[in-house]
Design a protein around this ligand. Structure first.
Ligand SMILES: Cc1ncc(COP(=O)(O)O)c(C=O)c1O
Length: 378
């Protein structure tokens, strides 16, 4: 498996919650695609479309959708969320319930509905002992939609989607899940979660490139979303350029207005082939070993864990603070010493993946120790 991750030995890559590295096979697929374009142009376009179809099939299997027809490919998570938010037939006075500390895309898109008389209300996660219960309690007769990230980008808190989804379905509330911080880290089952919408870009735990995202809409709801983007590619009669009458594609392709991102498609398809080969159960169990090890190192040093220690309440993100030390300068020093990580929510965020050598985690912690020691003496 190490062959698939030819990371420079100098680098400690603990940043899958930001942008993951490409597996070797992904880099090779992109090189092949580039070479083919340079030599043969688009002669093999039908084969490229076959790769795209394989990508939809892999994404459908990954999330537990019934058919690849349920999968649309968007530019990114934010675009996918916008398709949903601006496709719903809102009525003034309706509310969206979410989380105050969400990644901005998950708040801004719902706030953008204010001109339609729709209000977004965010739960203060820091003040909640039972976020699922509190989110459910915030939903009332005016709540049209509950929108959450599966895993919070800063704290790493994982939500019980099954519990939220069951409540939403029972009360006629739409349930929208931003799965970007979970998909590829742990097994997903969109139907068990009873999610109406699921979105995720491919460049984090899925180890793909930026610029290509999953947009899942529960098939029963597909027709109810008003389309806001139009073009040759979203029609049922795609490719019949002489035809003047048209209707939206019956499949989720109706959400894709123009030319596909086939470069990204080749890359993400290759990345997902690796994920499928290894299997999500195995990936998840290996990732849990690494996060448990990381937590033990953090707690052993007396640092303050921002992520819940309970394995049921987290995924691959582990964030922590060092009492009395501001995170931002520490983060900059870590990055300078090639510990690729992030500064989020006032702490340091480490996000290893299933293949991360435990020795790499140990080295990052040693570099952190050295950084702290040199600050103390400097
Ligand atoms: C929860 C969450 N949603 C979305 C994104 C990224 O959105 P996009 O794919 O639109 O760039 C991130 C990136 O950090 C994220 O953490």
């Amino acid at each position: 498996m190490h062959d698939e991750f030819p990371l420079d030995p100098e680098l400690c890559h603990l940043n899958h919650a930001a942008v993951g590295p490409w597996p070797r096979r992904t880099a090779e697929a992109v090189s092949r695609f580039a070479e083919e374009n340079a030599r043969w142009g688009s002669l093999a376009y039908p084969q490229w479309l076959a790769v795209e179809q394989r990508l939809r099939e892999r994404l459908a299997r990954l999330i537990g959708a019934v058919s690849p027809d349920e999968i649309a490919l968007a530019k990114n998570t934010s675009e996918a969320l916008s398709v949903i938010a601006h496709g719903i037939d809102w009525r003034p006075g309706q509310t969206v319930v979410g989380i105050a500390q969400e990644f901005p895309s998950n708040r801004i898109v719902w706030e953008s509905l204010a001109s339609l008389g729709v209000t977004w209300r965010g739960l203060d996660l820091d003040a909640s002992a039972d976020p699922e219960a509190d989110l459910i309690a915030m939903c009332d007769g005016n709540t049209r939609l509950l929108a959450v990230s599966w895993v919070q980008y800063a704290s790493g808190r994982r939500l019980d989607l099954e519990r939220l989804g069951a409540h939403c379905r029972a009360h006629g509330i739409l349930f929208c899940v931003d799965a970007i911080q979970g998909l590829g880290a742990l097994p997903c089952d969109v139907r068990r979660f009873q999610a109406d919408f699921m979105v995720a870009d491919g460049h984090k735990w899925l180890l793909g490139p930026e610029g290509l995202a999953l947009l899942y809409v529960r098939p029963e709801l597909r027709d109810t979303l008003t389309l806001r983007q139009f073009g040759w590619h979203m029609v049922e009669q795609v490719g019949d350029f002489d035809r003047t009458d048209w209707s939206p594609a019956r499949s989720a392709r109706r959400f894709e207005c123009g030319s596909p991102n086939l470069l990204g498609t080749h890359a993400l398809e290759a990345s997902l082939s690796l994920i499928e080969e290894i299997g999500m159960d195995r990936i998840w169990s290996r990732l849990q070993e690494r996060t448990a090890h990381l937590i033990a190192s953090i707690e052993g040093r007396g640092f303050e864990l921002m992520t819940p220690a309970d394995p049921g309440l987290r995924a691959g993100i582990i964030s922590f603070r060092i009492p009395g030390i501001p995170a931002e300068p520490l983060y900059r020093e870590l990055m300078q010493r090639k510990v690729l990580c992030a500064c989020r929510g006032g702490g340091i965020r480490f996000s290893p993946h299933f293949y991360t050598p435990v020795a790499m985690i140990d080295r990052a912690m040693e570099i952190l120790d050295e950084t702290l020691a040199s600050r103390g003496s400097g």
